[in-house]
Design a protein around this ligand. Structure first.
Ligand code: UGA
Length: 453
């Protein structure tokens, strides 16, 4: 049962690159990508490629609102497949879905099938990260394929394995049952998010004890059982996946009557929110407990470097807390368009009054101009260009004392302190090593007393 044709539904961030790589590596397979959105297909056929995330959005209504995956698109896809296909088909689930979604897809397909047509549903989750999708596809850590433990199920798995075998070494292709595969996708993102929340929780301890979170991350990361990746303390993780998938897992655990497990994973989100508030609180505390009317420059708005994606970016929440305190924000990001920044900040969940954003936020296209006249700079995205700005020049144009808050741990702190900046970095006491902050009179960092509610 060799695969000769693949039709991919959804020409977004997953479907586009995945099918491009399959077509590139498998000249014997005919690959077609379809999408409801015609302009997206037109863009793929032009020189200006669209990169949008393929959505399995979170529900915005009814039971599980804000947490459960909205499967209406997956369901309508399954119905559509049943209405047009004949013969034997393998349906591969690549979107992140709740465990046992394959069973629902299978039921819809078989309940609506045409005489003589049969289906096997496989789970083959994607593990692509934004900005590195093609590398992740060409050299995956692993390919995961889950299917039914039946003769037909195993045949379908074998057929999909043969597609990947064109370029992925056999030992990297993992075969599991369907539910393990579906759960592994949620589990992988939950574990990655948990690592970030763990190191961010440590950063709070570092800031009040004089330990340095980078030194701690380096020391623990050298333990091969822990490993050194995903240990960068930050202002909190963002992006379209981590929060969505962890909330999805929490919802699933609640639905499965596993409240202790649900609470455990919920805490990963709580620490992430705490970290965002803590960073904003530190800015406010350092600026003599008021930012009202003060100009603060945010360097970076994307959820991570090398992307213009701002979904769930921690910058949005840091901005919100500062705007709530009346700060004037000047925002510079090398990739994110002005309209998109304003749209994020004017979202009803962020502000009740969109006019405040027009009054209090300006967007700059030049980092030097953005910093001129500011009381403080806050680095929110780890763009490489922020490491090499002319900080002497920036310092001269700022109000004094000139504060710089490094939310990503990327700046040359000693050099900045030498220029005259008051440097505050996540998980560090720059220039104040050896001081113990808890209970001291200038205790601006005490997590319990200072963090925004
Ligand atoms: C993430 C996973 O890394 C992919 O494996 C997964 O396939 C993808 O979600 C998905 O489910 O689609 P992505 O959201 O593109 O990929 O970005 P990451 O590189 O994982 O970064 C997520 C967030 O965590 C960013 O805000 C980043 O700045 C932050 N982060 C990452 C940290 O704060 N510290 C770190 O050490 C690493």
């Amino acid at each position: 049962m060799a695969v000769k044709q693949i039709c991919c539904i959804g020409a977004g961030y997953v479907g586009g690159p995945t099918c491009a790589v399959i077509a590139y590596k498998c000249p014997d397979i005919d690959v077609t990508v379809v999408d409801l959105n015609k302009s997206r297909i037109d863009a793929w056929n032009s020189d200006e490629l669209p990169i949008y995330e393929v959505n399995t959005p979170t529900k915005t209504y009814g039971i599980g609102k804000g947490r459960a995956a909205d499967l209406k698109y997956v369901e309508s896809c399954a119905r559509h497949i049943a209405s047009v296909t004949t013969g034997h088909k393998i349906v591969v689930e690549k979107s992140t879905v709740p465990v046992r979604a394959a069973a629902s897809i299978s039921r819809i397909l078989t309940a609506n099938n045409k005489p003589g047509s049969t289906y096997q549903v496989l789970s083959n989750p994607e593990f692509l990260a934004e900005g590195t999708a093609i590398v992740n596809l060409l050299k995956p850590d692993r390919v995961l394929i889950g299917g039914e433990n039946s003769v037909l199920g195993q045949q379908a798995i074998k057929a999909l394995v043969d597609v990947y075998a064109h370029w992925v070494p056999n030992e990297k292709i993992i075969k599991t049952n369907t539910w393990s595969s579906e759960l592994s996708k949620l589990a992988a993102n939950a574990f990655l998010a948990q690592r970030i929340s763990s190191i961010n929780a440590m950063s709070a301890v570092c800031e009040v004890t004089g330990a340095d979170v980078c030194e701690v991350a380096n020391a623990i990361g050298k333990d091969t059982r822990i490993g050194d990746k995903f240990l960068n303390a930050s202002i909190g993780f963002g992006g379209s996946c981590f929060q969505k998938d962890v909330l999805n897992l929490v919802y699933l655990c609640e639905a499965l009557n596993l409240p202790e497990v649900a609470d455990y994973w919920q805490q990963v989100i709580e620490i992430n929110n705490y970290q965002r508030r803590r960073f904003a609180s530190r800015i406010i505390g350092s600026l003599f407990n008021t930012v009202s009317g003060k100009q603060i420059t945010l360097l970076g708005f994307a959820f991570k470097k090398d992307t213009g994606d701002t979904r769930e970016s921690s910058s949005i929440y840091v901005s919100k807390y500062l705007l709530d305190e009346g700060a004037h924000l000047v925002i510079y990001d090398p990739k994110v368009p002005e309209k998109q920044i304003k749209r994020e900040l004017q979202h009803p969940t962020i502000t009740e009054n969109p006019a405040t954003v027009d009054d209090l936020v300006s967007i700059c296209h030049d980092p030097y101009e953005a910093c001129s006249g500011s009381h403080a700079i806050a680095v929110c995205t780890e763009w490489d260009e922020f490491k090499t700005l002319d900080y002497q020049r920036i310092f001269e144009k700022m109000l004094k004392p000139a504060f710089i808050f490094d939310g990503r741990g990327i700046l040359p702190h000693a050099k900045l302190a030498e220029i005259g900046f008051q440097v505050e970095a996540i998980g560090k006491m720059v220039g104040k090593e050896g001081q113990f902050h808890v209970g001291s009179s200038n205790n601006i960092l005490s997590p319990t007393s200072r963090v925004l509610p």
